[in-house]
Design a protein around this ligand. Structure first.
Ligand code: PGA
Length: 251
């Protein structure tokens, strides 16, 4: 049985004080609940170190939103996998559509990041998703297949145990437009089948696949009840403790 995962992607929101406040609120809400899922938060880099202290002893796990694939050196503005490990990160979001589309990250670069994260024992939350025009011209599965296979190039079956895939249709991110549960399920099933072909039945059955794109407390339960949807990667709705909690309860 795959355990459900609810991950919050804070994006470029919350300075240090706001981060501390949100984590404390979330911890308080979680204290009275025994969540039925893993809870991950991904604050901005500047809050990770403090966040790591605050989540200690709670069920909340820590992730970063990005990293670079080199170990160290002259890469102004970048952060390495070992730096993330050193501040207590267990996960890292890689290949988010905002990284792909605003910062021009391509499949090859994302693959290098995934490989580097794995070698540093960070668990990638590897994002894939089609643009609106790709959905409209019927190439969704083609696009997803390319992103998944190129992103996972030379990743072993063993390493797949540490990977979470997040399906995030770009047209649903931050737009208030959610994929219907059936639309999301169709792509999740497609991804799981793809992984079975590339790896094995076992790897595909153990793979956690999250849905992301305007997940809110009122639509989470329906999405998460789909057989191949193992959780959610949440943007906007994770910035308030009570709405993030609403989604956690939905799981
Ligand atoms: P959203 O973002 O929930 O605000 O649509 C999701 C994401 O980008 O991970």
């Amino acid at each position: 049985m795959r355990k459900k995962v609810i991950a919050g992607n804070w994006k470029m929101n919350n300075d240090l004080m706001e981060s501390e406040k949100l984590i404390v609120e979330l911890k308080n809400l979680l204290q009275n609940e025994k969540p039925n899922c893993d809870v991950i938060i991904c604050p901005p880099f500047t809050s990770l170190s403090e966040a790591s202290k605050l989540v200690k002893g709670s069920v909340i796990k820590l992730g970063a939103q990005n990293m670079y694939f080199e170990e160290s050196g002259a890469f102004t503005g970048e952060v390495s996998a070992s730096m993330l490990k050193s501040v207590g990160c267990e996960y890292v979001i890689l290949g988010h559509s905002e990284r792909r589309n605003i910062f021009d990250e391509n499949d090859k670069m994302i693959n290098k990041k995934i490989k580097k994260a794995l070698s540093a024992e960070l668990k990638p939350i590897f994002c894939v998703g089609e643009l609106l025009e790709e959905r409209e011209n019927g190439t969704t599965k083609e696009v997803i297949k390319k992103q998944v296979l190129k992103g996972l190039e030379s990743v072993s079956a063993d390493e797949m145990q540490s990977i979470i895939i997040a399906y995030e249709p770009v047209w649903a991110i931050g737009t208030g437009k959610t994929a219907t549960p059936a639309q999301a399920q169709e792509v999740h099933e497609f991804i799981r089948d793809l992984i079975e072909i590339e790896y094995s039945m076992e790897v595909s059955m153990n793979l956690v696949i999250l849905y992301g794109g305007s997940v809110k407390p009122d639509n989470a339960k329906q999405l998460l009840s789909q057989i191949d949807i193992d959780g959610a990667l949440v943007g906007g709705a994770c910035l308030k403790a009570d709405s993030f909690m609403g989604i956690i309860k939905g799981a």
